[in-house]
Design a protein around this ligand. Structure first.
Ligand SMILES: NC(=O)C1=CN([C@@H]2O[C@H](COP(=O)(O)OP(=O)(O)OC[C@H]3O[C@@H](n4cnc5c(N)ncnc54)[C@H](O)[C@@H]3O)[C@@H](O)[C@H]2O)C=CC1
Ligand SMILES: CC(=O)C(=O)O
Ligand SMILES: [Mg+2]
Length: 570
């Protein structure tokens, strides 16, 4: 339960400008007296409902999504309970404003929209004072969660330099809104190691470090200094990595995952939510994971994370050797199908490289035309599943989709690139071109498509936000020292079990985003139960106790009663 009484050491202007404690017109008469606020507020005392109504009316007067995003950003700077209450009451409507797709525009325009600090800015030229900066930002806090980004690959919009704080802050808000994590225990961090985005470097108003990205040992040492500060000062916290460039993302996860509870959302979160969605889809097609032939279009962080997650699940659920499961994947990147003879293939893709001998008819065409294109692969292998994580808008052309539909009864098509404008195929088109047979999920929200029988087909939102808050909350409440693969699979299986398509095959593959809080709670329970069962947990709970304990730890946006105490919180 929310603590009924909070002891607060701030008075007057100081409490009104502290968003964690500010209640605005909802301060009671007794609180106004105790905190020196009687002359600082108008007479009428409002309820939270009334405040939400007023804030919602004000929000509606904003005519653009980016205007609404800025308005909500200001609200977050003023009053957390009101901000999160308003979002909770209008979840489906407002998540796209504070997250994908609108947040992508806010990040791209970060230096022009800048109003005030959103978290911890660790900047390469200030590396010598990193510990002081870190301690200043975390002073007096018991931090459970750090959400960090170096902004090299923000959503599908690439390198955004210091604007990366926007994705850390948005992901952190989702943790509180959907995952029930107390926002006072979370810190959003940007590691500003420069940017290679020419537009930002040439922008006189750019507020980040205007320098090309540092690489190699200097980069590694800088990140390591940050990770070691997290480990030293908050050994039980979860460290979330978001939107790092593909090479660093994989390396950092491998480097730290045995020593701290680290989590890469693009790799592990996306892998998990896609596994859940695919499990729901194969429930409809009544087939096994191992029966699938899967094309991954865009072999970056998300593409490879999904591939490995699906491969591991295939191996464990269908009990097949990993090498055999690897054979079920065809990875395509910007130079076509990844085959033995393709130059400069990343080391981490090597397990999934296809043999040249299987593709000779395409490779004999010579030089640059020898790229093996998506359509070639679709025609030859007749995939049952095609997943897009390429940022290539429209990459799943009509020809591709129709060719796929010729090769299988219910094509499973997940164009997952964000924001919406980068989707590989508009789900409405994929639905029309397959005459309503495709089983669809996208990364950003899309309106329903019309089935041939006139009914709406709801497009599932296969976005890691439907699962990562629960994965994180589960790991945190169980005080797990690691986020293990088995904990992630437990969360993914729980999410899959909640799919509406299990009851009605014409229904959405995933639960509605409006239900994300209760869905993520179920995920968290599954993760914590698994952590206890396998011995990863730091708490000595019994599995049967997890649900009740988790409920008691959920943060909720409601006003508690405040008492002035000079030794209280500030
Ligand atoms: N729905 C979800 O939950 C998530 C969606 N995503 C989305 O997936 C996309 C990729 O994100 P990351 O993997 O983090 O980026 P990334 O930069 O690591 O990967 C993108 C990959 O696509 C490849 N690519 C670019 N153009 C291509 C083309 N024309 N054909 C084939 N491949 C091409 C790139 O070479 C790169 O390997 C983004 O749009 C992102 O928003 C990412 C994470 C989660
Ligand atoms: C959803 C997400 O993490 C991404 O698009 O990068
Ligand atoms: Mg991401």
């Amino acid at each position: 339960m929310f603590p009924p009484i909070t002891r607060v050491a701030l008075r007057g202007e100081a409490i009104l400008t502290q968003p964690r404690f500010n209640k605005g017109t909802a301060f009671t008469a007794a609180e106004r007296k105790a905190f020196g606020l009687t002359g600082k507020l108008p007479y009428r005392i409002n309820s939270l409902d009334e405040q939400c109504q007023r804030a919602y009316d004000q929000l509606q007067s904003q005519t653009t999504d980016i205007g609404k995003n800025s308005f909500l950003q200001s609200m977050k700077d003023q009053n957390w309970v009101l901000f999160y209450s308003l979002l909770t009451r209008h979840l489906r409507e407002l998540i796209p404003i504070i997250y994908t797709p609108t947040e992508a525009d806010a990040i791209a325009n970060y230096s022009h929209l800048f109003r005030r600090s959103e978290g911890l800015y660790l900047t390469f030229p200030n590396r010598d004072s990193m510990e002081e900066d870190f301690l200043e930002a975390t002073k007096g806090k018991s931090v459970d969660l750090f959400v960090s980004s170096d902004a090299e690959a923000i959503l599908g919009i690439g390198d955004q330099g210091v604007g990366g704080i926007g994705i850390s802050a948005a992901k952190s808000v989702i943790y509180s809104l959907i995952g029930g994590i107390d926002p006072s225990k979370a810190v959003a961090v940007t590691l500003d190691v420069g940017t290679n985005n020419e537009n930002l470097l040439n922008d006189p108003l750019y507020v980040g470090w205007p320098h090309e990205r540092i690489r190699g040992k200097e980069y590694d040492d800088f990140v390591d200094k940050f990770v070691q500060l997290v480990r030293k000062h908050f050994p039980h916290s979860l460290l979330h990595f978001e939107d790092y460039g593909v090479t660093n993302a994989q390396r950092l996860l491998q480097r730290y995952r045995d020593t701290h509870a680290v989590f890469n959302d693009d790799i592990q979160g996306t892998g998990a939510v896609t596994l859940s969605t695919l499990m729901a889809a194969i429930g409809v097609t009544k087939s096994k994971l191992f029966d699938q032939r899967i094309i991954i279009y865009g072999a970056g962080s998300a593409g490879l994370g999904i591939t490995k997650q699906l491969r591991d699940a295939m191996a464990s659920i269908d009990n097949v050797p990993v090498e055999e499961a690897n054979e079920k994947f065809w990875l395509i990147d910007k130079h076509g199908l990844i085959t033995e003879s393709l130059p400069d293939v990343r080391e981490d893709l090597k397990e999934f490289v296809r043999k040249d001998s299987e593709w000779e008819e395409f490779q004999s065409q010579g030089d640059s035309n020898s790229e093996i294109k998506l359509l070639d692969v679709v025609k030859k292998i007749k995939p049952t599943v095609i997943i897009g994580t390429s940022t290539h808008a429209g990459g799943f052309t009509r020809e591709v989709v129709e060719a796929m539909a010729e090769g299988c009864d219910r094509p499973i098509i997940f164009p997952l690139s964000n924001p919406s404008r980068l989707v590989e195929v508009d789900p409405k088109d994929a639905n029309d071109w397959t005459k309503g047979k495709a089983l669809l999920a996208t990364g950003s929200p899309f309106p329903p498509a019309k089935m041939p029988n006139g009914k709406d087909y709801i497009i599932a939102e296969c976005n890691n936000a439907l699962i990562y808050p629960g994965l994180g909350f589960g790991a945190m409440i169980s005080q797990s020292r690691q986020m293990t693969d088995t904990m992630i699979i437990a969360g993914a299986r729980r999410l899959a079990s909640l799919s509406p398509a299990l009851k009605d095959p014409d229904d959405a593959l995933l639960p509605d985003f409006g239900d994300a809080p209760s869905i993520n709670f179920e995920v968290a329970v599954a993760v914590a139960e698994q952590a206890i069962e396998e011995g990863s947990a730091g708490v000595d709970w019994k599995k049967e106790e997890v649900r009740e304990k988790a409920k008691a730890k959920l943060w909720q946006p409601v006003y508690g009663e405040y008492v002035y105490d000079e030794n209280g919180d500030r």
